[in-house]
Design a protein around this ligand. Structure first.
Ligand SMILES: Nc1ncnc2c1ncn2[C@@H]1O[C@H](COP(=O)(O)OP(=O)(O)OP(=O)(O)O)[C@@H](O)[C@H]1O
Ligand SMILES: [Mg+2]
Length: 252
């Protein structure tokens, strides 16, 4: 589904992502782990199109995308969530989900005058879909509350509802378990599994090893901008290079 080849991103001469190559297969839930500062979020930003690479290529279903704009990549089916969710705090939960769909014609200024009914109809469709996704993640009872009232775990669920609004085929989740209490964590894991069963491919950054080991296969390990190895949880657990990277030793 996604092919990454020699991908590199430099910030002021320092390579945050340094010549990474791997392939993501359709239908998988792939994990991405590595110590703080390894370059995981930078790799996500490169795949989602927040910025272009310094060098290297990215292909989605055979199409080169590394120079495509972010919204074009969204249309090609790539969705992502953020490590630190920042919902619009005063806006209602459902409105936060609705704005994620982007591109609805209500935003196209002139159509509000030229075809107000079509705009209103589309808006009510978007609202209905937003409620559907809120129901899916178990947050619909909070739909009319301001987003600032959500707990950390609920914000992560809101992020999941938001990303699903763009109808993604590949979803990049940046630390879905961070700051989430165990009962909600179980909900998040169940929802990821359910979406995966419906055909959504996942790439998940996560520090919680139990979550990664139980949910993800394969798992990619990054350290200092490089891909150290990939394999199953078992293979990773006993790999000396991985242990070394986490203990702060440099990769040999
Ligand atoms: N926009 C930027 N400008 C300059 N340096 C950056 C930028 N973004 C990331 N970096 C640097 O690139 C390196 C990798 O950062 P990144 O956020 O990708 O790591 P990470 O693996 O996601 O870490 P964490 O687990 O802490 O989230 C770090 O040294 C970081 O300081
Ligand atoms: Mg990160």
């Amino acid at each position: 589904m996604l092919q990454v080849h020699g991908l590199t991103k430099k910030f002021g001469g320092v390579a945050a992502v340094d010549g990474i190559s791997f392939t993501l297969s359709q239908g998988t839930i792939t994990g991405l782990i590595g110590p703080n500062g390894a370059g995981k979020t930078t790799l996500f930003n490169l795949i989602a199109g927040m910025y272009g690479p310094s060098s290297g290529t990215l292909s989605m279903n055979g199409q080169r995308i590394e120079r495509r704009r972010q919204d074009e990549r969204t249309s090609l089916g790539i969705g992502r969530t953020f490590q630190i969710p920042r919902p619009f705090p005063a806006m209602s939960v459902v409105d936060n989900v609705m704005v994620a769909s982007g591109g609805q014609s209500g935003e196209r200024f002139w159509r509000v005058w030229t075809s107000p009914r079509a705009v209103a109809r589309e808006e009510s469709d978007v609202r209905a879909r937003a409620h559907d996704w809120l129901r899916f993640v178990g947050l619909d009872h909070m739909a009319d509350q301001p987003a600032r009232t959500l707990s950390g775990g609920q914000r992560k669920l809101l992020e999941l509802a938001r990303v699903m609004m763009v109808d993604p085929r590949l979803v990049l989740l940046d630390e879905p378990g961070a700051g989430v209490a165990p009962p909600l964590m179980k909900v998040i894991v169940d929802k990821i599994r359910e979406l995966n069963a419906r055909g959504v491919t996942f790439l998940i950054i996560e520090h919680d090893m139990d979550l990664v080991m139980s949910l993800c296969r394969p798992i990619l390990v990054m350290a200092q901008g490089k891909l150290l190895m990939q394999g199953s949880g078992e293979e990773i657990r006993r790999d000396a290079r991985v242990i070394d990277a986490y203990l702060g030793g440099t990769a040999h």
